[in-house]
Design a protein. Structure first.
Length: 232
């Protein structure tokens, strides 16, 4: 493998762990973790509070890092390898023939840090998604979507407007058009401004989610639908 490819992959494979020594633990923090697989969500938005307990070998990462948060959120169901290849039973081992790999995003930005070296702070959001980086650029090609504007409660048959944004590697948000947003029996597609109107006709509590081919889907957002004059 050429020096150029080796250097590029070192940056690209952001799930790299440091196996040299356990880093000094930081401060425990309340964070969230989400894992988006190739075709489905493997782990919905999961809240954890990191600890100073190191992850198992060979990683031996500080428990207050992104690796420590992944360890807690998945109950240890990942491979702990130097380059993360398997999370929750789904494997992506980058190769020239199949350039899919686990990409690490933090707070809507693509991270070139390793999970083992990235210390977390309260409120941080860890996202692992399946990317595909091919020659000659080896740059990220899959970007996350974010859904906003979903009310916690909504009156049956009253339309609500939601917004979907997409994020660049630098964490810059822009409107995401053509995203299919669904919740219960309601489905709509975002316009050029990233907005869609949903009308919930079914009573109950449902998850609302946005999906578009080529992007990692949004996290699910719960909404409770009640009758006029009522509440959840």
């Amino acid at each position: 493998m050429s020096k150029r490819i080796t250097s590029t992959l070192t940056l690209m494979l952001a799930a790299l762990l440091s196996v040299a020594a356990v880093a000094s633990a930081g401060t425990p923090a309340a964070v969230t973790v989400r894992v988006e697989g190739q075709t489905s969500t493997l782990l919905g938005l999961t809240a954890v509070t990191t600890t100073t307990t190191a992850t198992p070998a060979p990683g031996n990462c500080s428990g207050t890092t992104a690796a420590g948060a992944l360890q807690l959120a998945t109950s240890g169901n990942w491979d702990h390898n130097s380059y993360i290849q398997t999370i929750l039973g789904e494997t992506h081992a980058w190769s020239m023939a199949d350039p899919r790999y686990w990409a690490f995003w933090i707070n809507d930005s693509y991270s070139n840090d390793g999970l083992c070296t990235h210390e977390l702070s309260t409120g941080d959001r860890v996202l692992m998604l399946v990317d595909s980086a091919s020659a000659p650029s080896y740059t990220p090609t899959v970007f996350p979507l974010e859904l906003s504007g979903v009310p916690a409660q909504v009156t049956q048959s009253v339309p609500v407007t939601v917004t979907v944004n997409k994020y660049s590697t630098a964490g810059v948000a822009s409107a995401a058009s053509g995203v299919t947003v669904t919740g219960a029996s309601s489905t709509a597609t975002t316009n050029a401004s990233g907005q869609a109107s949903l009308t919930f006709n079914t009573l109950g509590t449902f998850n609302v989610k946005g999906k578009k081919s080529g992007f990692a889907p949004t996290a699910s957002v719960p909404v409770c639908v009640h009758v006029a004059g009522g509440s959840c």
